[in-house]
Structure formats: structure tokens, C-alpha cells
Design a protein around this ligand. Structure first.
Ligand SMILES: [Zn+2]
Length: 461
């Protein structure tokens, strides 16, 4: 009797989900419409507002209501708050002592909007709202010119405590990443979708003085054991015209720290896979390196403390407009920025609806991959991910960056692939829920071996 009831319930549940999924195949129609709600017009309004503060330097004035970082952060806070009562908007505040490029004691405030999910695990979408401008800008620095310190003044200030209020519009660096983050906070909080993961829309500060806002928040996350699963950081993502005249509005770079098959690399592959499915007109170009040469971004602050984070960067930069008074609204392509926002939305929504990635290591951190049972097979084991109803196995030749094969298996935690030599392939597993939402991949990686010192005896004469 009980068994019959269970079977009936199961069939009904499957029948319902099949009806929904018949429309779009691999794609979730709710994510399709979420991606469609990204508004070029809204991105433009936000960018013009950010530009209107004239400077958002971390060291600028906080007293004016229309100019400087005080006015800017309050506007971002109020704007995020206006979107939905579901969004929990706060200042993530730190008192920072004078050090490095911080020329005086200063209060740093990241602006953070949390959209609570069913579970505490967090997915971040972020940018930095602070700006900097210096004589010559980034193009002079690229050419080996002076002013390595972005806040160096040509004349020492009479008063070291005076605010740094020179014009620094920062519409692309990083108004673009900030506007993208704010726009995603709007569409996610108004989507009506019940996400499993908690989404965090984070506008960092102090990036131009050494990733300070991101470092402080990452340190807090470590201390308070905040379960950050992934960070999609966007910095300089709004311009499609290279300073050398080459135009590319159809691709975006995603930088991911190694080593190969690190969680950040898997996150970049995930963005390519799911961004490419929901936004096929935009090509994601994963970059197997932490960032551009000699340049940095907030995702690295998270990487350094062990978090999984990638950095989105426009494909063709115009250095003349970076860290310069010419970083204005005229340098922005709204259609391009909107495409980058859509890729972020698709990746963040898929991650937040999917189960967390399964663990493929044992308690000692060793990958659960063996040659059992024959001695010549591939046996993969993993730990069940909460909410998963299936798993997708990926593999590729041990030389090469992209997954070549995939296989969907049921709700199991082990698989044998007969006669597959584990030494010849890289294997990974993603968790999949009943509706097809997929996590990023956990790969089977050999941990680096420590070198052991060999005891020797004195040389014989
Ligand atoms: Zn930047």
C-alpha cells in the first residue's frame, strides 16, 4: 500500500517537471526570462548617476550629498534598498589605519545587498565603486611612464588629512562592474524565483588602494566561516573599443587563478558553459591566469584566502580612459555591458538554483579516484551534494583545457568506467538537481607532494 503510494507520487512529480522542461530543453525558462530582463536603459541611468558624483575616490569627501564617495555610497545603498523588501542592504564598514596608499585614517564601506536563499551558501556578483584618476592615466603606466602610485600627488598636500577630491569619474573602472552588480540585484530580487543559494550583490571600495574592501570582507568571511561558494567579480566590463582601434563587442574574458582544475578554473569553465547556453550571442573566453599582466582586481583578494573567484574583463581595453579623467560615459557601450550582465545573470542564477558542487576528496584531502576493481578501471567516488538527484561526470585527455566528454548518471555516489586509465584523463563531477540545474565541476586532482629531505652521511674521503 505504502509502496504503491510512493510510486504514484514519484510519477506525478516527474510528470510535472517534464511539462515545464519540454519547452526549453536544457534551459530553465525562469532563467531565460531573468536574463531577458537585463535593461540597457537601467544600466545607462545607473552609470550616469555614478558619473555625476565626479569622484568616488576612497579618499574623497564624505560630507557632500552630491559629490564624492560619501554621496556615492549612500546613493548605491538607497538604490539597492528601493528594489525589493527581500533585499537586505547594509554597509560593510571598516576603520582603516594610515598605510600604503591610504594616506590617512579612513572609514571604508562596501555596499552589500543580500538576497537570502533557502541555504546559507553564498554566490557573489561584485564590482568596485571607488575610482582613481592620475596624470597620464593607465596609458602612461603601460608605456613605462611615471606615477606607479595611483594616488601620488605631483605636489605634496599642505594638509595630509585633506580629502582627495580631484575629478575621477570612473564610469568604466569600475562604474561598469558596479552598474552590472546593481542591475542584477534589481532583476534577481524582483524575479520571484526561490533560489537555493543566498545571493550577494557586493559593491567593493578601496580597490584602487590595494583591493582593500575585498580583502577586509574576505578576511571577515574566513573569521566568521561565511560559506562563500563562488564570486563573479566584474571590473572594466563596459567598453568594446580598444585604444588601438580594434573593436570587440561579442566576447568577454574571464580570468581564473590556477593551478589547472582549481575551483576557480572550474568556475570559469562553468561560466563558459552556462553563459554560452543562455547567451549564445556572447562568447566567454576563459583565461588560465590570475589576471592581466601587472594588473589586479578584487577576485584575487578572495583567491588569496582560498575562495573560488573569477574576474570578468572586457576583451579590448582603452587604456587612455583608465585611471584618467577621460573615463566618462562616452567610453561605454551599453549593448556590450548588457551582454556581460546577461552572462553573469545566467551563471549566478544557475549556480544559485543548482546543488553545491560535490566533494571528490576524502577526509585527508585525497581525491577519491582508484583503478579498482580490475586495477585497470576508473572508479570515481564523491560525497552526495544536498539537493542533487543526479550527477554529471566530465572527462578529457590529461593534456588540454576543455572537457571533452560528459555522462549523466543517477543519484549515485560512485561510478566505474571500465578500462579507462585514470592516469590518462582528468575527471570531474558536477551535481545536478531534478530540474537540471548543474553545479560547477569538482575535479579529481593530485595534491602537490611535499619534498622530503634525504638524510646523508659525511662524504667519505
Ligand atoms: Zn578597477
Amino acid at each position: 500500500m505504502n509502496r504503491v503510494l510512493l510510486v504514484c507520487t514519484f510519477i506525478v512529480a516527474c510528470g510535472l517537471s517534464r511539462t515545464v522542461w519540454a519547452q526549453e530543453g536544457d534551459l530553465d525558462p525562469r532563467i531565460v526570462s531573468l536574463v531577458r530582463t537585463v535593461s540597457e536603459q537601467r544600466l545607462g541611468v545607473i552609470l550616469k548617476k555614478l558619473e555625476s558624483f565626479e569622484t568616488r575616490s576612497t579618499l574623497s569627501s564624505t560630507t557632500s550629498t552630491t559629490r564624492g564617495i560619501g554621496a556615492a555610497r549612500q546613493w548605491i545603498f538607497d538604490e539597492l534598498r528601493s528594489y525589493s523588501p527581500k533585499l537586505n542592504v547594509t554597509f560593510d564598514t571598516y576603520q582603516v589605519a594610515k598605510q600604503g596608499r591610504i594616506t590617512r585614517e579612513v572609514e571604508l564601506r562596501n555596499v552589500m545587498a543580500i538576497l537570502p536563499g533557502r541555504s546559507p551558501r553564498r554566490i557573489y556578483v561584485s564590482g568596485h565603486y571607488d575610482t582613481v584618476a592620475r596624470a597620464g592615466g593607465q596609458s602612461t603606466a603601460n608605456a613605462g611612464g611615471p606615477a606607479p602610485d595611483p594616488d601620488a600627488r605631483s605636489v605634496p598636500p599642505a594638509d595630509p588629512n585633506a580629502p582627495l577630491d580631484n575629478l575621477a569619474p570612473g564610469v568604466n573602472d569600475d562604474g561598469s562592474g558596479t552598474a552590472l552588480t546593481i542591475e542584477l540585484a534589481r532583476i534577481f530580487s524582483q524575479s520571484g524565483i526561490d533560489f537555493d543559494a543566498t545571493l550577494v550583490f557586493m559593491c567593493h571600495v578601496g580597490e584602487e588602494q590595494g583591493l582593500l574592501g575585498a580583502r577586509l570582507h574576505a578576511q571577515k568571511a574566513v573569521a566568521e566561516k561565511i560559506p562563500i561558494e563562488a564570486i563573479l567579480n566584474n571590473d572594466i566590463v563596459g567598453n568594446d573599443k580598444g585604444g588601438n582601434g580594434i573593436i570587440d563587442g561579442a566576447t568577454i574574458r574571464v580570468y581564473a587563478e590556477g593551478p589547472e582544475d582549481s575551483p576557480s578554473r572550474e568556475l570559469a569553465r562553468f561560466v563558459q558553459r552556462w553563459g554560452g547556453r543562455y547567451v549564445p550571442s556572447h562568447k566567454v573566453r576563459p583565461m588560465a591566469r590570475p589576471d592581466r599582466f601587472g594588473r589586479g582586481g578584487d577576485h584575487s583578494a578572495y583567491n588569496q584566502l582560498g575562495f573560488t573567484a573569477v574576474g570578468f574583463r572586457e576583451s579590448r581595453e582603452n587604456f587612455i580612459r583608465q585611471h584618467d579623467v577621460r573615463d566618462t560615459f562616452e567610453g561605454i557601450s551599453l549593448p556590450y555591458l548588457a551582454q556581460n550582465a546577461r552572462v553573469n545573470a545566467a551563471a549566478a542564477a544557475t549556480l544559485a538554483l543548482a546543488p553545491p558542487p560535490p566533494s571528490v576528496t576524502n577526509e585527508r584531502g585525497q581525491p577519491q579516484i582508484t583503478r579498482a576493481p580490475s586495477g585497470y578501471d576508473a572508479t570515481l567516488k564523491w560525497t552526495a551534494a544536498p539537493g542533487a538527484s543526479a550527477y554529471r561526470i566530465f572527462w578529457r585527455e590529461a593534456w588540454g583545457p576543455d572537457w571533452q566528454h560528459e555522462l549523466l548518471v543517477g543519484n549515485v555516489t560512485a561510478l566505474v568506467l571500465p578500462d579507462m586509465q585514470i592516469d590518462d584523463y582528468i575527471f570531474g563531477v558536477a551535481a545536478v538537481d531534478a530540474a537540471g540545474h548543474e553545479s560547477f565541476v569538482s575535479a579529481y586532482v593530485t595534491p602537490p607532494r611535499a619534498s622530503t629531505e634525504i638524510k646523508t652521511l659525511p662524504q667519505k674521503p
